[in-house]
Design a protein around this ligand. Structure first.
Ligand code: RB5
Length: 161
């Protein structure tokens, strides 16, 4: 898969570990930096990766900031993005399988390099499941239209069918 990675200045080392792991798994990864000593704000880095994934330029994105939270919030402002903060492999696998997440965000002050690699591996080995999970992902996409009414949203879900 084509993968794009970016971080703020707090996430450099962990991002490099995640990029290395993805490449070892055979993926094509573009690492957008920053390099040591360079500063980038997390809202910008999250927006860059969010847009590149949402437009289809890349299949998946990897993001890192201090907590993973700020950069995921930025990416999730982009329609079509489903970015999840993950601190262990179980949620990294399930957010791909159930939520169709197309970006994971990791906190460099939360997880160490070995765990970050395991998170990337779990995310990249998983595939989105269809069925009821796909329907719920469809509900998330529908929510991108702020005018959708809640009854319409509810009726889209497997719980109503
Ligand atoms: C940067 O110091 C820090 O605020 C940022 O990396 C991140 O943790 C924000 O969510």
């Amino acid at each position: 898969m084509r993968i794009v990675a970016h971080s703020d200045h707090a996430g450099i080392e962990i991002r490099q570990e995640m990029v290395a792991q993805a490449r070892e798994l055979g993926h094509e990864v573009d690492d957008l930096g920053p390099a040591e000593g360079e500063k980038i704000d997390y809202p910008y880095a999250g927006a860059v990766v969010g847009r590149k994934v949402a437009t289809g330029e890349y299949d998946l994105g990897l993001l890192v900031c201090g907590t993973g939270i700020g950069i995921s919030l930025a990416a999730n402002k982009v329609p079509g993005v489903r970015a999840a903060v993950c601190s262990e492999p179980y949620t990294a696998r399930l957010t791909r399988q159930h939520n169709g997440s197309n970006i994971i965000a990791v906190g460099a002050r939360v997880v160490g390099p070995g765990l970050a690699r395991m998170i990337v591996e779990a995310f990249l080995l998983a595939e989105p499941e269809g069925g009821r999970h796909a329907q719920r992902v469809g509900m998330l996409t529908a929510l991108e239209d702020p005018s959708i009414d809640l009854e319409t949203l509810r009726a889209m879900g497997p719980a109503c069918q």
